[in-house]
Design a protein around this ligand. Sequence first.
Ligand SMILES: NC(=O)C1=CN([C@@H]2O[C@H](COP(=O)(O)OP(=O)(O)OC[C@H]3O[C@@H](n4cnc5c(N)ncnc54)[C@H](O)[C@@H]3O)[C@@H](O)[C@H]2O)C=CC1
Ligand SMILES: Nc1nc(O)c(N)c(N[C@@H]2O[C@H](COP(=O)(O)O)[C@@H](O)[C@H]2O)n1
Length: 279
Amino acid sequence: MSSAPRDALEFPESDRGFLEPHLPPQDGSAPQSDLPFTTLTFATSLDSSLALSPGARTVLSGPQSKAMTHYLRSRHDGIVIGVGTAVADDPGLNCRITGVGGYGQEGLAGQPRPVVIDPTARWEFSDDSKLFQLCREGRGLAPWIITAVENPNSQKQALLERYDGRFISVKMIRTHTGRHQIDWPDLLVTLKSNGLGSVMIEGGGQVIKSLLSPPYMSLLDSVIVTIAPTWLGEGGVVVSPARRFDEGGNAISAARLKNVKWYPFGEDVVLCGQIKLSD
Ligand SMILES: NC(=O)C1=CN([C@@H]2O[C@H](COP(=O)(O)OP(=O)(O)OC[C@H]3O[C@@H](n4cnc5c(N)ncnc54)[C@H](O)[C@@H]3O)[C@@H](O)[C@H]2O)C=CC1
Ligand SMILES: Nc1nc(O)c(N)c(N[C@@H]2O[C@H](COP(=O)(O)O)[C@@H](O)[C@H]2O)n1
């Protein structure tokens, strides 16, 4: 054991039990699959915003639900975010729960692999980026960057490789508006084949919106949302999936949860459930 850094978080045993049915099984009871156990998890305001604006790092979770998110990180092998979040937040994407590697334990056991979806390899990370600071301090893993670019910038490649991160080039679909659209099953299979048996997808808005659309929402095993008692107001990064219509052309709900449980957590409430796929 080594001493835990000052930013270590506590998440007591007594708070962990309720999450267990919503987490990747620890007893090997998960069915054999090419796909990882996939959890969608994020924090939202009462007006369904993730952040004050696309470029603004915004604290929504209170101390208890923040610690819960770090516990979730300890229970998944990878954390997936979009490049918009990487650029806006310069995130750490490590697990800061006391007892994991770098937080009271030698090595990096319990640290998730950060995975950044960056179709055009536009993220201008450097040695000063938070992720690499944490790598140097032995408190986190280097990112894998998912891109459609076949030969990304060699300086960026060298920096990534210095910390044992890498670019992973995948095929992406181009939509009629010219945007890249990841093939989610293909990405998840790639992550599993690279050793990530479970992943949590944290956001941001575009990532969540695309995952909450058919057919991709069926890939989600679990959804865990922290709801903070605040309205961020107009101009926020809103989570609102594309509209859906029934055969008669009437608008229907875009996505719905089943097996829902609500847990008050400090001033926040944590909502756990699974995607309801049909009536
Ligand atoms: N409250 C919370 O829990 C969280 C808040 N955030 C916030 O969200 C904001 C960023 O959200 P966004 O601007 O929506 O950015 P984003 O993180 O969703 O990234 C958008 C970019 O990622 C790529 N991307 C996303 N989905 C893709 C797909 N399906 N296929 C291919 N490429 C895809 C594209 O390059 C796109 O431009 C930040 O302000 C951040 O702080 C982010 C994560 C969690
Ligand atoms: N659970 C949660 N609550 C919030 O209030 C948030 N703003 C986020 N954001 C996500 O966490 C990432 C930051 O992680 P580090 O603290 O830097 O490790 C951020 O990039 C979002 O993915 N999440």
